[in-house]
Design a protein around this ligand. Structure first.
Ligand code: GAR
Length: 208
């Protein structure tokens, strides 16, 4: 039997995506283990959610970017993490960090990339006037919100939407595709070719 996928989850805030991962694992829907939850914000509700689930946590104080990232890298390596999940982590990681873990970092973003990268994606979509937006899980590369796309889910924009109502509708889908992307990664079913990510129909028993 293959070893369970070890996750390192980076968070900055509320942590509903983290909670979706925790719940899926606890319900037996996702074969993985969260080895460590790391935050740049000591007051993140996500840290509270992790503690409640008996998951080890670490707070890394933002300072000089290279030192901040070095500390995070050390923690991830000490914890033998296979996959790093950015679940509402609101900092841009340097090329040095990203290249340390090639095709082993994924991010959830609340828009259909490449539309509306960066901050406040839901507000950007509403202000632009699109009728459909959504969410994206992608591998992280050196370009902000620009890595190869693993999964996307579309969400309609209604005339009476506010940023809050639209964000809530997108969030439901985020939870679904983030967990699904982790599952596909763990089953070794993602093949990356240039910008494209192909999903194998059958999984392999991967020796991690
Ligand atoms: C989510 O909507 C996530 O897509 C977004 O932050 C929120 C975190 O919510 N991430 C980004 O905008 C990254 N650019 P959560 O803390 O409840 O998971």
């Amino acid at each position: 039997m293959s070893k369970k996928l070890r996750l390192g989850v980076l968070v900055s805030g509320r942590g509903t995506n983290l909670q979706a991962i925790i719940d899926s694992i606890n319900e037996g829907k996702l074969s993985a283990e969260i080895a460590i939850v790391i935050s740049d914000n000591p007051n993140a509700m996500a840290l509270e959610r992790a503690r409640k689930a008996n998951i080890p946590t670490a707070y890394v104080k933002p300072g000089k970017k290279s030192e901040f990232e070095r500390e995070i890298i050390n923690i991830l390596e000490e914890n033998n993490v296979d996959l790093i999940v950015l679940a509402g982590f609101m900092r841009i990681l340097s090329p040095n960090f990203v290249n340390h873990f090639p095709l082993r970092i994924i991010n959830i973003h609340p828009s259909l990339l490449p539309s509306f990268p960066g901050l406040n994606a839901q507000k950007q979509a509403l202000e632009y006037g699109v009728k459909i937006t959504g969410c994206t899980v992608h591998f992280v590369n050196e370009v902000v919100d620009g890595g190869p796309i693993i999964l996307q889910e579309a969400v309609p924009v209604y005339d009476d939407d506010t940023v809050e109502s639209l964000s809530a509708r997108i969030l439901e889908k985020e939870h679904k595709i983030l967990v699904e992307a982790i599952r596909l990664f763990g089953e070794n079913r993602l093949r990356v070719s240039g910008r494209r990510v192909f999903i194998d129909k059958e999984g392999f028993d991967k020796c991690l």
